[in-house]
Design a protein around this ligand. Structure first.
Ligand code: FAD
Length: 356
């Protein structure tokens, strides 16, 4: 019967943000949940993000309206439920000239972004013209800005909170426990569950193929890398990279700057690392707008992750961040998504399980 907690025994393969939030939502519904994680909870892709909770303003360019709206709703969910580990952040977009098509295109985009947030708006963006307010920016080149608001998170502290919730909800956690075998009858390794969930992020396809489960969805392995720069900034910025086809974020990161990301198609999700051309690209892009230029000795650290994107476009900059949930008898497999949209994925999974 729909909507009644059924106290099912549920096994989840993968302890990234998708698996963790599904576990929390399902345990709150009264189910007994077990997570199997090959390494540490939240240790893979979910620890390699830009730390933004967002609808994805740049996806408006590809008219991915419902995907953006979904993300904006989830963004609000995170800020409302975890106020100690999340905050709103104003992000400035620099422009050389405000009399340009690009400026008006972005102004329009920001208005749509705010409109789609509706009552869950985090703040109203600004238009800043001929200003030398942002001292870190090269004023001889840039003095005009648009701004918009998004969410930012401290993923380490937020992750600890989520692990605490898993413990409070009596979710059984098996870390360093790789799942080799599973099927659509609820089997995971040598255990049998009423329902199993495959939430292995970029590894989803590989695990399905190894276990002879078909899907018409495929994961596109798109690596993204970040640099942590030994420079403090007080504002968030989103600016065009030197390739001119994508945007880069420079965000406050305690007393440093988080700079990223790149987009590079790779062959495997295993052990991603930043390559020299990615480092060069990020450094040159930063130096194209900031006044105190950086070099490789200013890099404090770097990290890379492979996005679990559903293969949707040849041009990787246009790939959708949307998610897809596939059901095969007692197995639910999750493709795609973002950290931000994990609650939407979990709601969908709960609905499927409650309606079984
Ligand atoms: C560069 C970059 C920047 C990003 N920035 C943002 C951002 O700012 N905001 C945002 O919302 N999203 C962002 N994302 C997207 C976000 O990181 C991912 O969508 C999200 O973390 C995916 O979570 P997941 O749980 O699906 O995958 P993962 O975090 O990868 O979790 C899957 C887990 O499955 C485990 N696993 C794999 N195989 C097995 C097995 N055989 N047995 C057991 N366990 C297994 C893995 O060890 C892993 O821990 C970014 C992604 C990247 C790469």
């Amino acid at each position: 019967m729909a909507g009644i907690p059924l106290n099912k025994n549920i096994g989840i393969i993968g302890g990234g943000i998708t698996g963790v939030i599904c576990a929390i939502f399902l345990a709150k519904e009264g189910n007994k949940v077990t997570i199997f994680e090959r390494k540490e909870l939240l240790g893979e892709t979910s620890s390699r993000t830009t730390k933004l909770l967002h609808g994805g303003i740049r996806y408006l360019e590809n008219l991915q309206l419902s995907e953006v709206k979904n993300g904006l709703n989830d963004r609000y969910w995170w800020l409302e439920n975890f106020p100690d580990n999340t905050k709103k952040i104003e992000i400035m977009i620099p422009f050389r000239s405000f009399i340009s098509l690009k400026f008006f295109k972005y102004l329009f985009g920001i208005k749509i972004y705010e409109f789609l947030s509706f009552t869950k708006k985090l703040g109203k963006g600004r238009i800043v013209i001929n200003s030398n307010k942002f001292q870190s920016i090269n004023q001889t080149k840039i003095s005009n800005y648009l701004s918009f608001f998004d969410g930012a998170m401290d993923d380490k502290l937020l992750g600890s909170k989520l692990k605490e919730q898993l413990r409070d909800l009596n979710v059984t956690i098996h870390e360093y426990c790789e799942v080799k075998n599973f099927n659509n009858r609820g089997q995971i390794n040598d255990l049998t569950f009423d329902q199993s969930i495959l939430a292995a992020g970029p590894w989803t396809n590989i695990l399905m193929k190894n276990n002879s489960i078909d899907s018409d969805k495929e994961i596109d392995f798109i690596k993204g890398s970040h640099l942590v720069i030994n420079k403090k900034i007080t504002n968030g910025f989103m600016f065009e990279g030197i390739c001119k086809t994508r945007y880069i974020f420079a965000l406050p990161y305690s007393d440093k700057t988080l700079l990223g990301t790149t987009e590079k198609r790779v062959n495997t999700p295993e052990d991603p690392y930043i390559e020299n051309d990615e480092k060069d690209y990020l450094i040159k892009s930063y130096n194209s707008i900031f006044i105190n230029s950086i070099k490789s000795t200013d890099i404090d650290s770097s990290f890379s992750g492979v996005r679990p994107l559903i293969k949707s476009a040849k041009n990787i900059h246009k790939s959708s961040r949307d998610f897809y949930v596939q059901q095969d008898d007692k197995l639910i497999s999750i493709f795609g998504g973002k950290w931000t949209t994990a609650p939407s994925i979990a709601r969908k999974v709960v609905t499927i399980i409650n309606n079984e």
